[in-house]
Design a protein around this ligand. Structure first.
Ligand code: SAM
Length: 241
């Protein structure tokens, strides 16, 4: 990634790992508990989606995004990718959205223990949050990992972005059929596929794809559709063979 954490960030990652192991006793947070696997599948993977921003900052410390750069992690679960990103980008404001209140109570405690003041939790279904004017068209960057099919993720993410904003869909394998369906879905949502990046994870050389979407126009008011409909009737899915 041409980037390494500071000593303070490494300490926060270590503390995050320990808190998640402890939290796993009560809540089903993650099946990834081995330390090396945690680094690869949670930390490296979370940061891979913003590596362009990290490379930019490393190359030129004077490049600064607007101070209120607003980020939302949709379906954050145990805080991925949002918490590692909040740790390495302390000037970003990161909203951690999930529909499961118990997981967010754990994340509130984690943010407090790690003294992360630039992230906050938000409980709700993204279908409702995307129609809430306090959140619709409010974000510069939307991140979504392991939540739903790719066109469903696009319907969740694009309404939350400002025009000009970017979404990162974290995927494992990637297929031409998915790309065709996604292109059709994002066109309906006011966006376009900006870039697809194929990556290999550093330890096990597993396939990862980061799909970058750009929002060009405002999303029609009908999207996101009512709770449950995006996953029951995914946009563009007729094309997936
Ligand atoms: N993003 C995390 C990761 O990659 O480790 C968690 C992935 S977990 C498999 C999916 C999470 O998305 C769950 O915590 C679930 O509660 C949340 N989720 C699924 N559908 C959602 C929706 N419609 N609105 C809000 N959260 C949702």
């Amino acid at each position: 990634m041409h980037w390494s954490p500071t000593a303070a960030q490494s300490q926060q990652f270590q503390a995050l790992y320990e808190l998640i192991l402890a939290g796993n006793q009560q809540l089903n947070l993650t099946r990834i508990t081995d330390p090396t696997e945690f680094v690869e599948k949670h930390l490296w993977d979370s940061l891979s989606g913003i590596h362009n921003y990290l490379a930019q900052a490393a190359a030129d410390a004077t490049i600064a995004l607007p101070p209120a750069f607003q980020v939302i992690d949709i379906g954050t679960g145990a805080g991925f990718p949002g918490i590692p990103i909040a740790i390495v980008q302390p000037h970003w404001s990161v909203t951690l959205l999930d529909s499961t209140r118990k997981k967010l109570a754990f994340l509130d405690q984690t943010l407090e223990t790690l003294q992360i003041s630039n992230a906050q939790t938000l409980v709700g279904r993204v279908e409702a949050i995307g129609q809430d004017r306090r959140h619709r068209s409010q974000y510069d960057l939307a991140l979504i990992r392991a939540v739903a099919g790719v066109t469903v993720c696009a319907e969740y993410a694009l309404p939350l972005l400002k025009v000009g904003g970017e979404a990162v869909l974290y995927r494992g394998q990637w297929s031409v059929a998915e790309e065709t369906a996604l292109a059709e879905a994002v066109a309906q949502l006011g966006g376009e596929i900006a870039h697809i990046e194929a990556l290999k994870t550093p330890a096990t050389q597993s396939d990862r794809h980061c799909i970058y979407l750009h929002k060009r126009h405002s999303t029609p008011a009908e999207f996101p559709r009512l709770t449950g409909i995006p996953s029951q009737k995914p946009l563009g899915i007729a094309e997936v063979g």
